[in-house]
Design a protein around this ligand. Sequence first.
Ligand SMILES: [Zn+2]
Length: 472
Amino acid sequence: MDYVLGWDGDSAILAVELTYAASQKDSTVFIFGDPGFGGQNDIFKVIRNIRVTRPEVVRIDEADRRITIYHNGAKNHRITYEIEGSLPVDKPTTISLTELFRPVISKGILTLVNMQFDLAITDQSNPLVSFSWRRYPENLTYFNSVEPSQTDPSKKLIDYYDNLSQKVYFVMGDNIGVQEYDVLGIPYYAVTTKEDNYGNDLQERLSPFFESYFQSIHRFWNDTEFPFYYLAVTALQNNQKEIGGGGFGMRNGFVMKLGRKFGTRDKYVTAHETSHTWIGIKIIIGENSFDHQWFGEGFNDYATIINLANSKIYGEEDFLHYFNEENFKKHYESAIKDVHNDSIATNYWTDYANYGVLPYRRGCIYAFYLDNQIRLASDGKFTLRNMLLDLYELRKAKKKDEVLTVDDFINAGAAYLDKKELEEQIARYMIAGQPIDFEGVKTIPEFNVEVHNNIPKLSLAAHADLSKIYRW
Ligand SMILES: [Zn+2]
């Protein structure tokens, strides 16, 4: 499959031309879009003017997002269409933020991921895919996530079809800056808008991540087997004031759309999302990431916060604020803090304010608890990090289609804590959902947890130093 793309640098339209192979077949079926990606609805307002050349005929089934091409004996196969990137007039910016599937294509800027323009082919007839730009404005900065060192849009990018999922990200713009960093020998790219309405200097704001956070998290996981990584933060053009931020993980990268000043919350989001490279992507417990979000989100959150502390992006104040205000207070005051783990997935999207945030807090609080128990039991010799590294080794020892289970988690922990106790903790706190009663819970001497009105509150002992507690 060869995609040839075109954009004039001015309009909201991306022109797509796809040639593909279809030997010995009567028809080829493509699917456009993914309902699981950013709430895709009205998808045939985004893709339009779908055309083929006679004798081929195209049939579109909007409900199933299926595009069927009947070849009628044609030897060469080509389909052309347009992707409409303009913002709905009534809600210019909110829409592009909440409907992440919508590409940003407007005067002077284009950001595009493959889910926003490519077609999924339903058979195995085209094992290779290429992308290249035929028409594009001169003198724009260009970034692509297939081969980031390639800065010429007209050069073909080639990859295996099976390998493409969430991999292709294009940025072109006159207000785009790309900075390359060397993080422990791995090329890292910071891709940002240079100037925006909020007065952000995003390259400057992101530099601590490239100078310390990414190093910290690679060392945390003893893992530098990485081709490259990119962090793309672009401010949305808009005519409103603060519209928040949103983002999604890509293979080897994280993409954020920003509609405000880049602040403490955005630092946390950036750190959390990039940390998912391990917990949440490389290491998942259960059949899918929804099964055990206390691990996928909560333990990832704990890893995030202690790496922010290790890299000194978060000092004592930010660290304690995160635990006390964002976790302990909100969790222990939540009316649904004790619901069963199984009720999370079913209510996640409909009641995100309660159920969506629950596994983050529940898991992060338990990870903190567990880290303290492992440190106490081993006299400071081991920490939760050792258990997580063992779990990562277990993951790597398994076949690709084998899942990591809660039993694997317990077995990894049993090297450091009593196995029976660990089993009971998981069943009681993570699955049944009972909140941990911190009254009488022992922590390492550097921490104090006091409970007032049933809400735990963490403080640091006088001699405590976060960068010594979280050191690797
Ligand atoms: Zn997450």
